[in-house]
Design a binder for this molecule. Structure first.
Ligand code: NAD
Ligand code: LMR
Length: 311
């Protein structure tokens, strides 16, 4: 009878989906700008990530509604909403990973640099709070212009005495996502197995997709094809901005890309070896102080990361 009971209970546990998965460590993720175009679908995707135990949704408005909504999803992460400056500290306390999609997006005719004035201030304020409340957290910077907001974050952390260059990442995953999609389409190969490194920065010609290193390699692509693929990847953001015709920039594909990069960071924190993603980081690969390149995240302990830039 005991063995019958045991097997019935095992069956139930399997059906509920928590049978033999090893326990994952507790991980708190905070999203700053969580009620925005990127923030909301990113909150949804991070709620679906089984590596997240606590999900903190912060914005200057509307997060109580977003949090109440997302919190009803029956996955592991406990969701809490925080709104306004007064609650920023609590939102960040104990965070292992902070993802920042806060700030204004482009409209047609604007460059990412046109966002600098407003977004630099927003990022400065948020990073000052990170330095106080979760100085050891990994920071994933989505807010544009990434080529400037990452150095701004670095300066804020330096001033606060908390800067660790191995923990600050400009999220350029959307460039990789686009390069993979466009390459697979042109080379006529299944997109699932495609990989394309993208180095440099996250604006126009600073976005450098390395189709010469794309896998699987394709000999079906002409020089003209490669030039067109490069241009389309570099102009991917503008393609979306123009298609949205004044209603913002990429949000859904960015949320996906942000969730992919956030997941890679959590895996790295959890000790999963050789997780490789391209990211805009402090770098010695070129003479530029920051440069996006392939990063392998190896974590020798929960908050210790070593990043090795591929040259
Ligand atoms: P959005 O306007 O829809 O949302 C931005 C959110 O930020 C809003 O909810 C707003 O209330 C919030 N916000 C403003 N100030 C804040 C503050 N001080 N603290 C917390 N939240 C604050 O914009 P979006 O479409 O989500 O884009 C957000 C940013 O992401 C833009 O700067 C955009 O250019 C950038 N972006 C980057 C990439 C990339 O590849 N890195 C891709 C797409 C968009
Ligand atoms: C993107 O690449 O889609 C983002 O940087 C948003 C933008 O302004 O293009």
């Amino acid at each position: 009878r005991m063995s019958l009971l045991r097997s019935a209970s095992q069956h139930l546990r399997r059906r509920r989906g928590y049978s033999s998965t090893p326990a994952q460590p507790e991980r708190k993720v905070a999203i700053l700008g969580a009620a925005g175009g990127i923030g909301q679908p990113l909150a949804l995707l991070m709620k679906l990530n089984p590596l997240v135990s606590s999900l903190s949704l912060y914005d200057i408005a509307a997060t109580p509604g977003v949090a109440a909504d997302v919190s009803h999803i029956n996955t592991r992460a406990l969701v809490k909403g925080f709104v306004g400056d007064d609650q920023l500290g609590e939102a960040l306390e104990g965070a292992d990973l902070v993802i920042i999609p806060a700030g204004v997006p482009r409209k047609p005719g604007m460059t990412r640099d046109d966002l600098f004035k407003i977004n630099a201030g927003i990022v400065k304020g948020l990073c000052t709070a990170i330095a106080t409340h979760c100085p050891n957290a990994l920071v994933n910077m989505i807010s544009n212009p990434v080529n400037s907001t990452v150095p701004i974050a670095a300066e804020v952390f330096k001033k606060a005495g908390t800067y660790d260059e191995k923990k600050l990442f400009g999220v350029t995953t959307l460039d990789v996502v686009r390069a993979k999609t466009f390459y697979a389409g042109k080379a006529n190969v299944p997109v699932t197995g495609v990989n394309v490194p993208v180095v440099g920065g996250h604006a126009g010609i600073t976005i450098l997709p390395l189709f010469s290193q794309a896998t699987p390699a394709s000999n079906a692509l002409s020089h003209e094809d490669l030039v067109a693929l490069t241009k389309r990847t570099q102009d991917g953001g503008t393609e979306v901005v123009e298609a949205k015709a004044g209603k913002g920039s990429a949000t859904l594909s960015m949320a996906y890309a942000g969730a992919v990069f956030g997941d890679a960071c959590l895996k790295g924190l959890n000790g999963v070896p050789d997780i490789v993603e391209c990211s805009f980081v402090q770098s010695t690969v070129t003479e530029l102080p920051f440069f996006a390149s392939k990063q392998v995240t190896n974590f020798s302990s929960l908050h210790e990361i070593c990043l090795h830039a591929y040259s």
